[in-house]
Design a protein around this ligand. Structure first.
Ligand code: CO
Length: 215
């Protein structure tokens, strides 16, 4: 009898069975230990790009990293999804570090530099166009298109780190707990390495316009 050709997603279920078995083989208590509680030290805010898996590239295990991903790793102050993740991570999980990780060659940032219409996605990448406008001189100073793209990718990460610092969630936590530290990183698809671009702690300051004085 001919076996039915398996669908692409069947392979994922097979992989999952193999993975679960191998984990238990190495560490019989693994699932019982993790099933009741998570206490990750890190919140990851990264791009949805399939080539930038948060745990694989950082060698972290289940339970170690709380993850939010969207197109071009944006922190937008009206994004309820991001804000709920942020508040939960900061106030309840009490993560010590937030990692905003962009990546060179990001398609979302590339789209924002173009003048193509992407319909609904226009609304999302408008925020990246604003970053470009704020730093136009620095970006246009780069001679090659690829260098301009990668400069905007770095500046966009810095801007998202500052967007986190502008939230009352972070400012309250900085005031009360002197935590978390916020890191801006950019991952290279070409060599798999992460470059540290910027860092903010409770000791850093924003334009006072964004600093609440009655928290
Ligand atoms: Co991307």
């Amino acid at each position: 009898m001919k076996t039915k050709p398996s669908k692409s997603y069947d392979k994922l279920i097979e992989n999952n069975k193999e993975w679960a078995a191998s984990v238990v083989k190495d560490d019989p208590e693994f699932f019982s230990r993790l099933s009741n509680v998570q206490k990750p030290e890190f919140l990851w805010i990264g791009c949805s790009d399939s080539r930038v898996p948060a745990d694989r590239i950082t060698g972290t295990q289940p339970g170690e990293i709380f993850v939010h991903r969207n197109i071009a790793n944006m922190v937008i102050h009206t994004d309820m999804n991001l804000l709920a993740v942020l508040e939960y991570a900061v106030d309840h999980l009490e993560v010590s570090h937030i990692l905003v990780c962009g990546h060179y060659g990001c398609g979302g940032v590339k789209a924002a530099m173009s003048r193509h219409n992407f319909d609904l996605i226009n609304k999302w990448i408008r925020n990246i166009k604003d970053v470009y406008r704020m730093h136009r001189e620095t970006i246009d100073f780069q001679t090659k298109p690829e260098e301009r793209l990668n400069k905007l990718i770095e500046l966009n990460v810095e801007e998202q780190v500052m967007n986190l610092a502008k939230t009352s969630i972070i400012q309250k936590s900085w005031k009360n707990k002197k935590s978390p530290e916020i890191h801006g990183w950019v991952y290279s698809l070409e060599d798999g390495l992460i470059k540290e671009v910027c860092r903010m702690t409770y000791q850093d300051h924003l334009d006072p316009l964004y600093e609440f004085d009655d928290l």
